[in-house]
Design a protein around this ligand. Structure first.
Ligand code: MG
Length: 463
C-alpha cells in the first residue's frame, strides 16, 4: 500500500484502508487486516480506538478478533479522536495502534488507520509489508495458550487534554482572562468527547453544536465552507467570538469568524504557524497543495519552508528530517511535534485560543487580516475508479507543456502569481483540483478551466 490503489473496491493509501460499509468493507476483510497488522508487529500490545460511525461497533468486533488471534493484548480506548488514540499509544509505548475511522469521508464509509510503535505512522516499507501479509494470508496465528486479550482504558481523553494543556505555549491564565465565547461543531463525530471539555478548561463560554457522539452526521464529515451553514448561523445568532468545526475523527480543525464567515481550511495551519513562530524560530513543513500563505509566514519569520507530497506521513518524515517546529496540510490538519507526530485538531483549538488571547483585543477577522491572503479554490471531480484517475492524470501530464510543471504529487502548474494542483485522492475515487491566486475570480477560473480539461480527458478515457 505504498501508493493509493483499489483492492476489491477498498481504497488503500498511505492513510490506511477505507471502503463503503455493506459492500466493499466487510467484517472478514477487517479481521484479515487486523491479523495482518498483529502479525506485522509480532503480537505486541495494540491500542484500538474508533470514531463515532454507526459501523464502528461492527468493525471493532471484527478487528478485535484479528488482533486477539495473533496474540495481541488490545488496550481498547473506545470512541476517541484519531490523535487521542495515537497519543495514548505514545504514552503507553504500545507496539502499535489501530484507529477505526474514515476520517472526513462520507457517513457510509469506514476504515482503519494503522500506526506503528508509540503512535508513529507506518513507514513505506511497513505499509508494503502489511499488504504482503494481508494478501498472502500468512498470519502469525497464536496457539490456544498464547491468545491475546482485551483491556478497557477510559483515560485516553484525560491523557490528551493533559498533554495539550502542558504544551509550553498554552497559558490558561491568559485564555481564561480572555474568556471567548465559542461555538464548536463536531459534526457528531469523535471530537464531541473532548473538544467542548478542552474549550471549557481554557475558560471559554461554549455553545455545543452537533456534539452528540452518535455517528449520525448532520452535515458532511468534511468541514468544507459549504458544510458549515449551521455553524455560521449559530455564531451569528449567539454573537460568539468564533466557531470551530472538526472532521469525523477530529484531526482537522477549521474556523468560522465572529462575523459568521467560514474561513478557508488553509487558515488553521497558517495561523498556528504564525502563532508558534512568534515563540520559537524553526523550519516548517507543508504539502505541495498548501497555501502560499505559509511561504509568507516563513519569510516573515526568516525560517525555511519545506514542501512534501500530500499526506501526513510525508509531512512527518520531512519534519523529523529537518527538525521542524510545526507542519501540516491545508486541509486544517496541523502537527505539533512536542506533543506527537500526527495532525491534531484538539491541539489546534488550544493554539488558536491562545493566539487570540495574545492578540487581544483583535477579533478573528482582524488577526486573519494581518496575514497576506490569497484566494483558494478547491474542487473535486468524481471518477468511476482510482484506475480511471491514474489514466486521466497521466493524460493531463502529457497535455500540459508548461516549463514549470511540478510532478512531486500529481500535476502542479506554477506561475508567478498563481498555481493549480491536480492530484488523485488517496482516500476517495475523486481527482482533486486546488488552485490559488490573488483574487477569488482568478482562482475559480483556473480551477474551472482545469476541471473542463480533465472532463474532456475523462471522455477520451471512457470512449
Ligand atoms: Mg481526519
Amino acid at each position: 500500500m505504498s501508493e493509493a490503489t483499489s483492492h476489491e473496491d477498498l481504497i488503500i493509501s498511505v492513510s490506511g484502508v477505507r471502503g463503503i460499509v455493506g459492500s466493499a468493507l466487510d467484517p472478514s476483510q477487517l479481521t484479515r487486516f487486523a491479523s495482518a497488522f498483529g502479525t506485522l508487529i509480532g503480537g505486541q500490545p495494540v491500542i484500538v480506538g474508533r470514531d463515532t460511525r454507526t459501523s464502528g461497533p461492527m468493525a471493532h468486533h471484527a478487528i478485535l478478533a484479528g488482533l486477539i488471534a495473533t496474540g495481541c493484548k488490545v488496550i481498547d480506548v473506545g470512541v476517541c479522536p484519531t490523535p487521542t488514540v495515537l497519543l495514548m499509544s505514545k504514552a503507553l509505548n504500545a507496539g502499535g495502534s489501530l484507529v477505526i475511522t474514515a476520517s472526513h469521508n462520507p457517513i457510509d464509509w469506514n476504515g482503519i488507520e494503522f500506526a506503528s510503535e508509540s503512535g508513529r505512522l507506518l513507514s513505506k516499507s511497513e505499509r508494503t509489508r502489511l499488504m504482503e501479509i494481508y494478501e498472502s494470508g500468512d498470519f502469525g496465528l497464536a496457539t490456544w495458550d498464547k491468545q491475546g486479550s482485551v483491556e478497557l482504558a477510559d483515560t485516553a481523553v484525560d491523557q490528551h487534554l493533559a498533554g495539550v494543556l502542558s504544551c509550553d505555549w498554552v497559558a490558561q491564565d491568559q485564555t481564561r482572562a480572555h474568556g471567548l465565547k465559542v461555538v464548536v461543531d463536531c459534526g457528531n463525530g469523535a471530537g464531541s468527547v473532548i473538544s467542548p471539555r478542552l474549550l471549557r478548561t481554557l475558560g471559554c463560554e461554549v455553545v455545543e453544536l452537533n456534539c452528540v457522539p452518535d455517528g449520525h452526521f448532520p452535515r458532511p464529515a468534511e468541514p468544507t465552507p459549504d458544510a458549515l451553514d449551521q455553524l455560521c448561523d449559530t455564531v451569528k445568532s449567539e454573537s460568539a467570538d468564533l466557531g470551530f468545526a472538526h472532521d469525523g475523527d477530529a484531526d482537522r480543525l477549521v474556523l468560522v469568524s465572529e462575523q459568521g464567515t467560514p474561513l478557508s481550511s488553509e487558515y488553521t495551519f497558517a495561523l498556528a504557524a504564525e502563532f508558534l513562530l512568534n515563540k520559537r524560530k524553526g523550519n516548517i513543513v507543508a504539502t505541495v497543495s498548501t497555501s502560499r500563505m505559509l511561504d509568507d509566514v516563513a519569510n516573515r519569520h526568516g525560517v525555511k519552508l519545506y514542501r512534501t507530497p500530500v499526506g501526513v506521513g510525508y509531512v512527518v518524515e520531512k519534519m523529523q528530517e529537518v527538525g521542524a517546529v510545526i507542519g501540516g496540510e491545508g486541509t486544517g490538519g496541523v502537527i505539533y511535534p512536542e506533543l506527537q507526530y500526527t495532525t491534531d485538531g484538539i491541539a489546534s483549538i488550544a493554539a488558536i485560543i491562545q493566539f487570540l488571547a495574545e492578540s487581544s483585543p483583535l477579533t478573528v477577522s482582524e488577526v486573519v487580516a494581518s496575514i497576506p491572503s490569497y484566494a483558494i479554490c478547491k474542487e473535486k471531480l468524481e471518477v468511476p475508479s482510482q484506475q480511471t484517475a491514474d489514466v486521466v492524470l497521466q493524460l493531463a501530464i502529457e497535455n500540459y507543456t508548461d516549463e514549470t510543471l511540478d510532478l512531486a504529487d500529481g500535476v502542479k502548474r506554477v506561475w508567478e502569481d498563481r498555481w493549480v494542483n491536480i492530484r488523485k485522492s488517496g482516500t476517495e475515487p475523486v481527482i482533486r483540483v486546488f488552485s490559488e491566486a490573488q483574487t477569488l475570480e482568478d482562482a475559480q477560473e483556473l480551477c474551472n478551466s482545469t476541471l473542463d480539461t480533465l472532463k474532456s480527458l475523462m471522455r477520451r478515457v471512457s470512449n
